[in-house]
Design a protein around this ligand. Structure first.
Ligand SMILES: Nc1nc2c(ncn2[C@@H]2O[C@H](COP(=O)(O)OP(=O)(O)OP(=O)(O)O)[C@@H](O)[C@H]2O)c(=O)[nH]1
Length: 384
């Protein structure tokens, strides 16, 4: 029996999506700066939560040490616990103070996992030979840390590096307690490796879910462009960035383009809503092709689009707008039969004046767009 007609393209699409998803969760090289900020924010919340748990457990376990170890050994672990506590406190303060600093947040995550591991290694080094077997609750530290990897939205590469370091720590502990290359030692290594594989899978699923949620919250599903909410955030960021630059003596020129497809209702009415959707998606592709990677291209709503041009003076912005207008006018927008649907757009351009809020420039661009429509459409008009 033949399969469903959508079978093979769908599965090859799924395969490609899975491969892209693995590439995106393997390392953060392909992550956009915006996603990197969201990712770091999420990571920071996890660091604060897990850091507090570690901070509470560390002094509590000193009681078990007190019961299990003779006084002179207990004092060694107590000093170690004091150092660990101070380190964890430092990590929490660093993470708390690093709201916008992606690098510092990643550093805090690294320290959060490295400190308990270093504490365990230090105790193993300082305890006299043979006394390591008297420790209770220490041998599970590498296992606890590998399991903790799954709580964080780490990339696979980050977790793999941490996991290998923890495998090394376990091997070192086995050499100290004499179980290295024994059946019990192999069992421990196998268990830790299996846990690491589970944690890597958890990292992959957690990070890809985070990406999907981020994308759904910030992108328009039809065109793949930024949505209006994400545009508002970009306008705020643009404002903050310009203020920062202004305080250091320079004010980068920026411009806002607001554009609208002409007589789009007529396109919908003539060719159907689904062709209207195709044209919106194709229009977005034209906009992306005509702009730089740094420019922010967003769907404002319906058939209205906004572009923020950074480091672009007004006359240059008007040239970009005119280039877009021409590209739209000459582009082949196909209907379902690949026949050309004539499409034109009207564009309003406003360059940011002094320390004017970008939202205000957007309003001026909107007024200019209205002027372009009034003047006959398929034209660029600069805001006053
Ligand atoms: N296919 C499709 N149509 C949409 C979408 N969003 C908005 N529209 C349609 O876009 C049309 C916009 O119509 P109008 O606001 O009258 O503007 P217009 O026909 O483009 O006329 P001018 O802007 O004055 O040139 C409406 O018919 C909406 O239904 C969408 O996502 N898909």
């Amino acid at each position: 029996m033949p399969g469903p007609p959508f079978g093979s393209p769908r599965s090859s699409g799924e395969l490609r999506a899975s491969l892209t998803s693995i590439r995106d969760t393997f390392s953060n090289r392909h992550h956009s700066l915006d996603f990197a900020y969201s990712h770091a924010h999420y990571l920071r919340n996890r660091i604060l939560a897990v850091g507090v748990i570690f901070l509470l457990l560390t002094p509590l376990w000193a009681l078990v040490d007190a019961m299990m170890l003779p006084r002179e050994l207990w004092s060694i672990t107590l000093i170690g616990r004091g150092l660990l506590l101070a380190g964890l406190l430092g990590v929490l303060l660093l993470a708390r103070a690093s709201r916008e600093h992606i690098g510092r947040i990643r550093l805090s995550a690294g320290f959060l996992l490295a400190l308990p591991a270093a504490f365990y290694a230090l105790v193993l080094i300082l305890l006299p030979n043979g006394d390591a077997s008297r420790l209770a609750g220490y041998a599970f530290i590498p296992f606890l840390l590998v399991a903790a990897l799954s709580v964080f939205p780490f990339t696979i590469l980050e977790s793999l590096a941490a996991g290998l370091a923890l495998l090394w720590l376990l091997a070192f502990a086995q050499m100290v307690d004499g179980s290295w290359l024994t059946p019990a030692g192999f069992e421990g290594l196998w268990l830790l490796t299996s846990l690491l594989v589970v944690s890597l899978a958890a990292n992959h699923f957690q990070l890809s879910l985070l990406m999907r949620v981020y994308r759904q919250a910030t992108h328009d599903p039809l065109t793949g462009l930024l949505n209006r909410g994400a545009l508002s955030l970009h306008l705020e960021k643009l404002q903050a960035w310009r203020r920062e630059e202004q305080s250091s003596g320079s004010l980068p020129p920026c411009a806002v383009l607001m554009m609208d497809i002409d007589h789009f209702k007529k396109i919908n009415d003539t060719h159907g809503h689904s062709v209207g959707d195709l044209i919106l998606a194709e229009f977005a592709r034209v906009l992306l092709a005509q702009t730089r990677n740094d420019d922010c291209v967003a769907r404002y709503g319906g058939e209205e689009f906004v572009i923020l041009l950074l480091n672009t003076p007004g006359d240059r912005a008007a040239e970009v707008a005119e280039r877009i207008r021409r590209a739209v006018e000459t582009h082949h927008f196909p209907d379902h039969n690949h026949l050309r649907v004539p499409v034109t757009a009207s564009i309003g351009v406003a360059s940011l004046q002094g320390d004017e809020a970008p939202e205000q420039a957007l309003e001026r661009a909107d007024a200019a767009l209205y002027g372009a429509k009034e003047a006959g459409r398929n034209r660029v008009m600069a805001a006053t």
